[in-house]
Design a protein around this ligand. Sequence first.
Ligand code: SAH
Length: 363
Amino acid sequence: MTAPLIDRIRRHVSMNGPLPLAEYMHWCLADKTHGYYQTKSVFGREGDFVTAPEVSQMFGELIGIWLIRTWDTLGRPNRFNLVEIGPGNGTLMRDILRAAKVDKDFSEAAHPVLIETSERLIDTQRDKLAEHENINWLKSLDDLDKHPALIIGNEFLDALPPRQYVKYENEWFERGVGIDEQNSLIWVTLPTRKLDTKLLPSGHEHEPDGAVFEISTIRESFVERMASHISTNTGAALLIDYGHIKSGFGDTFQAIAKHEFADPLACPGEADLTSHVDFEPLSIIATQTGCTAMPVISQGEFLLKLGLLERAGALGASKSTDEQRRITEEAERLALPHEMGDLFKVFAFSSRDALWPFTEFPH
Ligand code: SAH
């Protein structure tokens, strides 16, 4: 079945010319009627992809322990916003709040805030977190009040659109979506939209024609707003996503449907569209906005330092062999290098100089 979104995109392109990739992606994900996050049951084994909180309760529990420790480093403020941005099904926040019960002072000081744009997902989150009465939903980071904030986001940044530029004869042209004579969506370059080469990483002169560079000013502006809120009100942020520590070249724009890679132009609104996160500019922006950026580390390293193996052992004690095997497999999925352990990175910044288990970032 053809999604009606494709007809609207075709019409828009015939009237106005090609859509830059970032606008195409935004339309596919966020359209109020046919956008992917509005219409689909996306997470978990029945959905299109499984995120770390859906793989195992241990992920959220360990992040809960990280939050308590970070709150302690911040001087144990007696009221703070515990913010999750892009909470999906609400599983991560549910596991965090359960784990945080070990520290009564933390639990009393925490005011959970979920920032979500999808009405459908807000309903799912309300159901999942029904036992917690003190949760607030906000549409934007700008609506946060002026208390210290601990902000987390798992697989949030990758959902924010990048722009792509393609090299041709020493110039870099923005990539967009057009239509061909058969009315199919196709990739095109936008000859009037060129990237200032000052924005490219070093070495761009040596890249061949056809090389791709991605930049996401929307991600940068989200990190800037988080960092500005944190440097003014104190706090810390923890952002986990797939991506790279250093800027580079390459096309990472991808579509996933039913756990398989799909053609991003084939069915707008039907597949999840993401791209890998380039953490280098985000780290620089957090620092420029008055926070201390911690070195970006892999999810595997982060979870092991937080005590994943110990947690798996404790959870498996007194369980059946089958249960123990399941718990081991979950821990492996989260942390082994060829599973989620290496590709996923953990980026933290704070109004404090150092945070466990990171060390200070030498900018
Ligand atoms: N964190 C969840 C879900 C990740 S998917 C998990 O790990 O399972 C991305 C989430 O970000 C979805 O909940 C989506 O609706 C939300 N989202 C996308 N753009 C957003 C925006 N601009 N502001 C707030 N939430 C957004």
